[in-house]
Write a protein that binds this ligand. Sequence first.
Ligand SMILES: *Cc1c(COP(=O)(O)O)cnc(C)c1O
Length: 411
Amino acid sequence: MSTIYERLGVRPVINGVGTVTRLGGSLMPPPVLDAMLEASRHYVSLPGLLAAAGWRIAELTHNEAAYITSGAAAALVLSTAACITGDDPEKMALLPYPQKIPGGRYKVVMHRCQRIGYDFAVRQVGIELIEIGPSRAEVRAGATERCTRPETLEATIDDRTAAVLYIAGANNAPGALPVEEVVHIAHARGVPVVVDAAAQIPPVENLWRFTGQGGPAPWAQALAQIGAPEAASPPPERIEPAGADLCLFSGGKGLCGPQSAGLILGRADLIAAIARQANPNALIGRPMKVGKEEICGMVAAVEWYLSLDFVALAARYERQVQHVIDAVAELPGVTATRSWPNEAGQPMPRALIALGPDAGLTRDELQRRLLEDDPPIELANAGADGVYVNPQDLRDGDEVLVADALRRILE
Ligand SMILES: *Cc1c(COP(=O)(O)O)cnc(C)c1O
């Protein structure tokens, strides 16, 4: 019996990169697939289903409201739109030309050092993007003014500002104001804050860290329990929320929901404004359609993820990373170490394999040989001379295939 991929002539790969869309994000567990199949058997009112699914997810994540989108990029479009229009259908009809709204708010402020490719989704709403503070390169170079000053944000927000966009993750923090301070300054001027936490699961507590009422800290506690060197000691009992207005996540990254799904959590009035201009209504969100199967799959994914044994998950990541390190550590010219956090700044380990001059091959040769392997293995580059093995998307046992291939190629 051949697989659908074989019949199409494409080769499945081992994903040691992480939850990147290019390789399929993540794999859905059986409860998510079951929910999607069940959903596919009946007709249902889509607005009714979206509302009910939103209530369920809001309750599970300690938030006032929730909305399911076709991904985090779609969530950026819809969140931006809602901050501009509120619940006013006349304003919604003018998008993506917010400058045409009489007296309207059409600017979005963000840190220059947090600019990412996905901010295209925000600009797609027609807004004017206002950048504050130093760029990533300036922060890295240690420029004199290394950090954004609070006064800069205060002076930048005006009565045309629709929202402040904040990109979560430890990798986006250097040079930026803390999210709590951004919320404080923006709220004092009546402006909402949208947090992009698309790839920030784990830690699970991010579902209630930026918006909502706060809640327990299972991932921080799991890290402490397995003795991760980076764990807070003692770990927090409770997470206090930052007070942001909306926070968005990819459904198909850490949550292991459908690839074409995403989540927005936060304020009920803004989420009502989102729902009004999203599928099936023919406004700005209509091309970003999420189907009944993805909606039910997303509910199941959140339920499934919250029920995980996080101590076991944290231990699995460590075990997979250690397995790879042990397999190659003794090879000539090769240095293998545990690295923290990962490329998205998530609090979890990955293996860093560095090739010295004695390794006998370059990083690019290693990458080429891994892609020619059977099955092909995809790893991220680590600088000019190394690769990372990220365990987040390794299935149980994939670490053995990766370790064996690395050994075979590097030996
Ligand atoms: C992946 C990602 C997105 C886009 O997410 P999709 O769910 O693929 O649309 C947006 N922002 C950040 C920071 C991301 O990592």
